[in-house]
Structures are given as structure tokens and as C-alpha cells.
Design a protein around this ligand. Sequence first.
Ligand code: ADP
Length: 651
Amino acid sequence: MGPMGFGPPGRGHFEYKSVEKPKSIGDVPRFLKELLGGFFSRLFYIFKLVWKTGPWILFVMSFIALFEGLSPVIGSLISKSILNELQDAYTAYTGTEIAADFLHSDVFLLLIFFFIHRILSQIINRINSAATRISGELVVEQVKMMIMEKTKELDLASFDMPAFYEKLENANREAGNRPIQILSSTFSIVSTSISLVSYIIILATAPGMWWTALIMIGISIPSAIVSFIYRRKHFSYMRFRSKDRRQMNYYTSTVTNKDIVKEIRMFDLADTFIDRYRAVFKHYYAGLKKLIITENTWHVVITLISALTRCVFFAMIAFQVFTRRIRIGDYSLFTGALTSIATNVSTLINTSATIYEGTLFIDNLISFMEEKQTVVPRLEKPERVAHGVSHTIQFIHVSFRYPGTERDVLKDINLTLRPGETMVLVGLNGAGKTTLIKLLTRLYDPTEGQILLDGKDLRDYDVKDLYSIFGIIFQDFGKYAFTVKENIAFGNFHKEHKDEDIRRAATEANADEYISKLPDGYDTPLMRIFEQNGLELSGGQWQKLAVARAFYADSDVLILDEPTSALDPMAEQEIYNQFDRLRKDKMTIFVSHRLSSATVASKIVVLEYGEIIEEGTHHELMEQHGKYYELFSTQAKRYLAGDGEQEDHGQ
Ligand code: ADP
């Protein structure tokens, strides 16, 4: 579940709590420092990313940028010449000219050039849009792969931190179009600059008009400043409101989540979630709206000033035609140049602002990719785990607290598991049983103390190698939208799967019986996410499948963390017996609520508030008349009284 961050629920009484606002929004000196420092390195990061996706993208885009920069200027020059030639022809007209003369004239030749240029531009435009879309898809794939590959290695602990989720959410969201958008914007800067410089040169040839170019550029500067400041504000706002967006996503996904739709209906929760969504959105939207409106008001004012200036300049150029200092074609060229300079400068500014903003968002991706992994072997040459043998596991003064929390969930645990032992972990909910399993399997590292496998610290082993000795079924085991066969084979996907092995594992888990009755047997697709004929299993059927997966894994240490709660007591006992029979001399660890399974264990460990309070066999602990005795007797009594499985101690 995502962090809620709200007080007690209650429809209509929900108050929005705002976090303290960051102070540095739009801070100009810091922004300049940032621009010089971070900006270029981020831009470089994107170029590297695209280069990795395919160097051709950069080549094609450079060519297009060059063409697009020169193309409008060439177009303007051709148009100018056509107009001037026409004006000359018009003035020189004697009345004797025939069509053949026109076909041989410069005007006709220029018209041909004009259209060749148009056609070429359109073709290049198409190539550009095709290349952008194709490369866009490729870059998205590249970034998604990077994110998945990175996630694959990350510590489980990272997932417990809201800050990490924020990064992941941001990186995932930005993975889409940002990089290619930034790239094409960068190339558009190149082409716009080429055009801009060319038009400035053209305007410089106009008699006495060169300074107008400077003024046009000058009045665009305030616009630049506004753009940059607001992009930064926008970015800070998005980051500042990241929790809101996560909350909104959480509410939407909760209301639309198939797994909890039953509860949402029965408890009539949908409106509560919708109300909460609305409340968060209201605040999120209010700030955003204000930003958008103020930025654009500034731009309207600046545009008005710029339009007025241009109007004056146009009149000046027209006056020169009026006084015969320049020709009509020149009027079209110079006014065109002025307009183009204005639009180019504004494109340049807006695009730079887009790039700048984009690179800030890319920061999310960069910082996600830099998330450090701590669950790694601490030796340069990690130890190899012996496979197919019996292992010894020792906890030595192990304490643990979850990252970002203040409380020790496990305190000074000392425990030895000898080869072939069966251990049952007993304790109330929240006692720390699952956490102990997570440490044992090195999903987390202890905060204090050490855990030894065959005499060596877990941290000395290669992590993947270490994981491969454990066959584990968690309380919240995975349900995969794959076929039954694959769901079992995931227990060890690296070995070559043979149908008989899969069937054997299923038989051992008492799953073969129901699987054989499924429409497509072992090839039945599960879950109705992708396939029309996808099948939903019952809770108990899923659990049997998970058990089959653990059997299939054929690992040295089998761990069952209450995976049997959806099974009836008979089925559960059967699975435990099966485990006991099949485990040979393997180490087995059970976490169970039903203490009947503990009676056969070679070691029972009772946890309370993160500490081991009792340890021994069923016999020994019953004689101690302690916590275990109390739990066991309560359960036995309930069974006898007929309450059966209603019992769930520790709730
Ligand atoms: P058990 O398996 O005995 O029911 P757990 O090991 O799951 O207990 O949990 C022990 C304690 O650790 C609980 O108080 C629980 O709230 C806390 N806890 C479990 N997982 C996390 C986590 N990811 N982050 C912070 N606290 C956690």
C-alpha cells in the first residue's frame, strides 16, 4: 500500500494537509549556477542515451537540423527573386511578349526552383516525423529496459522508502517522451540558430536596417527570462506535488483494482476515494492553474510590445519601397526576415526552456539510476555456496530495524539451525517472523550482528548464488499471468523444464488433481488479464500452485511463510506431511499459525516483540508451561470446542 498520509477516514471530513513549500522556487543566481553545471551534463546524458539506442538517430537528426535551418532562408531568397523579376518584367512589358518568352524567362526557372524546394522540404519533413516517431519508440524501450534492469538489482529496502517510490514513479513517467523530445528540441535549436543567423545577415543588407535585428532580439530577452523562471517553477511545483500525484494514482488504482473491488463495493468506499481524489486534485490544480495563467499573462504583454515594434519596422521598410530605394521582392524578403527573426528568437527561447525543463525531469531518471545497492557481496571475489548439501545457519546477536524507522523489529537474535533440521517459527502477528526469514534469505542485511551460512557471513556470498539455495513461499506469494506450467516452473526457471518434473511437483503439492481438470490442463493460462480464456483460481488452488513451485525449485533450504492460510486444516497438514516426507535431509523452516504442524519439528522458536522467548521441541516447550504452552492449549481447546479455524491468535 502506498503511504496515505491522512488522518482517519470519513467521507466529507477529509482535510487536505499541505507540506511545507520549498523556498527556492525561481531563485535566479542558483538557477544560473545550475544551468552551467547540471544542465549540460544532463544534456550530455541524454545524447549518450540516444547514442546507445542507435547512433543513426543522431546522424539523421543532424542532417535534418541543417536542412531545416537553411530551408526557410532559401525559400525566402527564391521568393524575393521571383517578385523582383516579376516587378522588372511588369515594368519592362512592351506588349509583344509571347508564352515561349515566359517559359524561357528567369521567372519560370525560379518558379521551378521554388517548387523543387517546396517538395524537398515536404519530403524532409516527413522523414523527420517518421524518424522522430521511430526513434521515440526505441528510446522509450531503451529507458524502460534500463529501469527494469536497474529495478532487478535494487535492494528490497529501497522499496520500503517513499522517496524511492517517488523516484521510480518519476523515472517511469518521464521514461516516455522526454529524452527524444529533448533531443529533437536540441536539434531544433541548431536549425533555428542557422535560420536566425542567416536572416540577420539578410537584414544587414537592407539599407540602414541592420539595427532592427538587434532590437528584435533585445525585446525577446524578457520573454526568455519569463520562460526560464516559469519552467523552473513548474518543475519545482511538480516535484513538490509528487506526493499528491502518487496519492491521486493510488486512489484511481484502488477504485479500479480488480482484487479489491469486492471490498470497495461492500464497504461502499468508492465515493470516499473519489472524494479524496477530488480534494487532492483541487490543491494540485489550483497551484498549477495559477502558474500557467501568470506565465501566459506575461507572455501576452511581451508579445504585444514585440508586435508594435514590428509594425513600426514594417512601415519603415514599406517607406523605402515607396521612395524607390528597394524593390517589392526586397520588401517581402526584409519583412519576412524581421518576422522570422522574431519567431526564431522566441522559438529559440521556448525550446531552450523546454530543454531545460526536460533535463530537470531527466534528473529523476539519473538519480533513480544512481540508487545505490547495498545487498551486494562484500568481498571482491564472493564465496560460492555449496549446492545439494545440508547447511548450517547461525544468527549471532542479530538486530534489525527497517530503513527509515526507529524501532528494532528483531532484537539480539541468537539461533543455530543444524543440517537437516526442521524449524517452526511461532509468534503473534507482528512478532518479526517474516522479517527473520527476510534476513535469513538476505533480502535485507541485519542492522547489527551477523548471519552465517556454513560458517561464513551471508554477505560474503554471491547474492544470486545464495538465493538459489532457498525454495521459499511467502505469505504474499506471486500469482503470475502465465500458464499453470510456467507458474510452477518459475520455481527454477534456469533449469531445463521437463513436463514430468512439473507434474511431479504438482502432485507433491496436491495440485495435480485440480490442474488435470482444467480446460487446458498444465497449459491453461491463468488470470484474466490478457487471455479471454484466462482462468481465475481459488485462494487454496493458488497456494497449492505456490507450494508446487517450491517443490519444483528443488532447493537446499525450504521455507514456507504461512503460505497455507487459505487451505483447510486437512490440506495444510497434508502439505506439511508431504514436506516432511520429501525434504529428505534438507533444512525446512515453517512459519505457521496452526501449531499442530509444530509438533513434529526438531526445533520450535517462539518470537515475541522481536525477541526469542522460547526455543525447543514441542515436548520441551509444553513442559515449560510458557508462551508456547499457552498458545498451543488455547488452540487445542478451540478445536475441541468446535471453533476450529476461527482462531487466529494475535489479531
Ligand atoms: P510477523 O511475520 O511475525 O507477523 P513481520 O516480520 O511481518 O511480523 O513484522 C514485524 C514488524 O515489522 C511489524 O511490526 C511490522 O509492522 C514491521 N514491518 C514489517 N515490514 C516492514 C517494512 N517493510 N517497513 C517497516 N516496518 C515493517
